[in-house]
Design a protein around this ligand. Structure first.
Ligand code: FAD
Length: 288
């Protein structure tokens, strides 16, 4: 099913994001995690595209396996990194052949050995170009990324928003946000986006914190702020992994409750391939 149709219906659309594991054991674990989360009846799941297209095959294989064997709609993330337009076209042809319907089109993060993003000759420099390319030849339902706290490379929030609006103009049918921990950032971004003429669903990306160290690293990479009250609670939990997990689950649940009241179209959970935290947040929100 096309994901844009899901957002057009009433009721929160809940999605879970996974990345393709490196090892066979990781793969087996992931299939178990997804089967575990299937009981929650997610609207769809998504599978990331590794840096430099390194997971190309695995992403597409996992998406088709989730759809065909587990029976959940799945979306493939897809990036410009390290590929020419012809190579991207070959991947898109392949995805079409195997029945993928939904693509999250991104510029992508640079590979670890590169400090900044450099398009390959004959490739694309930005997500809007990729989206326009996809829409020119294929019939995928396409989403894009957006940044409540502004993309870290953007010279200004206004410029970032202008580029975001262009993604929608050229064909993005929904936008999923980068992770954020302070809903005020989402509300303010959404308001500006609506004023800029962006009418498509803007879906909050939520990551329940499970490790203080990891979240500090990820937040700084993504340009996301950790609000002082959350920082204090995490500091109070110290090295106690259980307490940290509880803090993360409580924070994400409160965040989602307020977002639901605000009327968001759904949530996209960054699961980091683990189910317990996301499952607990989901159950706190939706268990009858
Ligand atoms: P763009 O929209 O191209 O924006 C990148 C920067 O360029 C921004 O600063 C923007 O303001 C600027 N810009 C945009 N268009 C133009 C233009 N036309 N001219 C000049 N400047 C412009 N990364 C992966 O590698 N694999 C994944 O699977 C993946 N999944 C993600 C899922 C979500 C929901 C999100 C939010 C991010 C994901 N990322 C993933 C990370 C993403 O690739 C990075 O954040 C990347 O740095 C930017 O990608 P983008 O698609 O937003 O790029």
């Amino acid at each position: 099913m096309r994901i844009a149709q899901m957002y057009a219906r009433r009721g929160p659309v809940v999605s879970f994001e996974f990345f393709p594991p490196k090892t066979d054991a990781g793969y087996v674990n992931l299939v178990r995690t997804i089967a575990d989360l299937k009981r929650l009846d997610p609207s769809f799941v998504s599978v990331t595209w590794g840096a430099g297209g390194s997971t190309r095959r695995k992403t597409i294989d996992l998406v088709t396996r989730i759809e065909q064997e587990i029976g959940i709609t799945a979306m493939a993330h897809f990036t410009c990194v390290g590929s020419t337009a012809d190579e991207l076209a070959a991947s898109l042809d392949h995805m079409q052949e195997v029945g993928v319907e939904n693509v999250l089109a991104l510029r992508g993060d640079p590979p670890r050995d590169q400090s900044s993003f450099r398009p390959v000759p004959g490739g694309f420099g930005h997500a809007d170009e990729l989206i326009a390319f996809i829409k020119s030849r294929w019939d995928f339902c396409v989403g894009g990324a957006c940044y409540p706290e502004t993309h870290p490379e953007a010279p200004s929030a206004e410029e970032d928003l202008r580029h975001c609006a262009h993604k929608v103009e050229v064909g993005a049918e929904f936008l999923i946000t980068q992770l954020f921990f302070d809903n005020r950032d989402f509300f303010s971004f959404e308001e500006k986006a609506r004023r800029a003429g962006i009418r498509v669903p803007i879906v909050p990306g939520i990551m329940p914190v499970t490790s203080h160290e990891n979240i500090r690293r990820m937040a700084s990479l993504c340009g996301a702020c950790i609000p002082a009250p959350l920082e204090r609670r995490l500091a109070a939990a110290g090295d106690d992994a259980e307490r940290t997990l509880e803090v993360g689950i409580d924070w994400a649940t409160e965040q989602c409750r307020a977002l639901l009241e605000h009327g968001v179209p759904g949530f996209h959970f960054y699961t980091l391939n683990k189910s317990p935290a996301t499952r607990r947040v989901y159950q706190a929100l939706f268990a009858a």
